[in-house]
Design a protein around this ligand. Structure first.
Ligand code: DHB
Ligand code: MG
Length: 221
């Protein structure tokens, strides 16, 4: 089974290239106690998010979907001491787990966790005229991907990077007639990106410890 090889390669690169310290390992393990065990990004994807954020010079990051805060920690480390991450989480129990992990990772002071439906939390950020974000990671309930993109567009400026997780779904994304609302959430957001005059985007398929999946990466110009 080829996933065995994918796992071995993930383990090889994670152990060779990455700086996954005790706080990240603890955050990953804490993910098992959330409402969606094992849904956090793989270590190599967390490192990729950090690199993307740093390459783009991101200082303000908005994340849709916190869970145990594993990707949040990677992003908080990317923005540095002057940066800030706002992360939106539906479930108070998950947010409580995440906040313990942020403290253990030494980045709690850079992170604001907002509890509630992310569309409502984002609407509040828009109404509060929150300072623009320059990097957005969308990794929450997939049927709402188009709503999260729309909110992200009201909360970002030209130059912003928008990354969307879980866009391949074992290949199901290619099934136009899929009855899975998560697949349709991915397809609609891809169409929205394609149709938006200020967005350039592409998708990267990934294999590894999370199986076959992928990321959309878009830039606002
Ligand atoms: C699912 C969601 C995620 O964000 C993820 O990383 C893995 C799976 C899901 O909806 O099943
Ligand atoms: Mg995900």
């Amino acid at each position: 089974e080829s996933t065995v090889d994918w796992r071995a390669v993930d383990e090889y690169f994670a152990s060779t290239l990455l700086q996954e310290d005790g706080a990240l390992v603890a955050a990953r393990n804490a993910g098992l106690a959330t409402t969606m065990p094992n849904a956090e990004v793989a270590a190599n994807q967390g490192a990729f998010l950090k690199l993307l954020a740093q390459i783009s010079g991101a200082r303000r990051v908005l994340e849709f979907g916190t869970l145990a805060g594993y990707s949040t920690i990677w992003l908080a480390r990317a923005v540095g001491e002057q940066g800030q991450v706002v992360t939106l989480e539906l479930e108070p129990e998950n947010a409580a787990i995440a906040e313990e992990n942020f403290l253990a990772a030494g980045v709690a002071h850079r992170i604001e966790t907002i509890i509630g439906p992310a569309t409502e939390s984002a609407e509040r950020l828009i109404n509060d005229a929150t300072e623009a974000f320059d990097f957005v990671f969308i990794d929450a309930d997939k049927p709402n991907n188009p709503a999260y993109l729309a909110a992200a567009l009201r909360l970002t400026c030209p130059g912003a990077i928008i990354v969307i997780d879980n866009v391949v779904r074992d290949g199901a994304v290619a099934e136009a007639a899929s009855a899975d609302p998560r697949v349709q959430g991915v397809r609609r957001v891809a169409e929205d990106i394609a149709a938006h005059p200020e967005l350039d985007g592409t998708a990267l398929q990934t294999v590894g410890e999370k199986g076959w999946d992928g990321l959309i990466i878009a830039r606002r110009h």
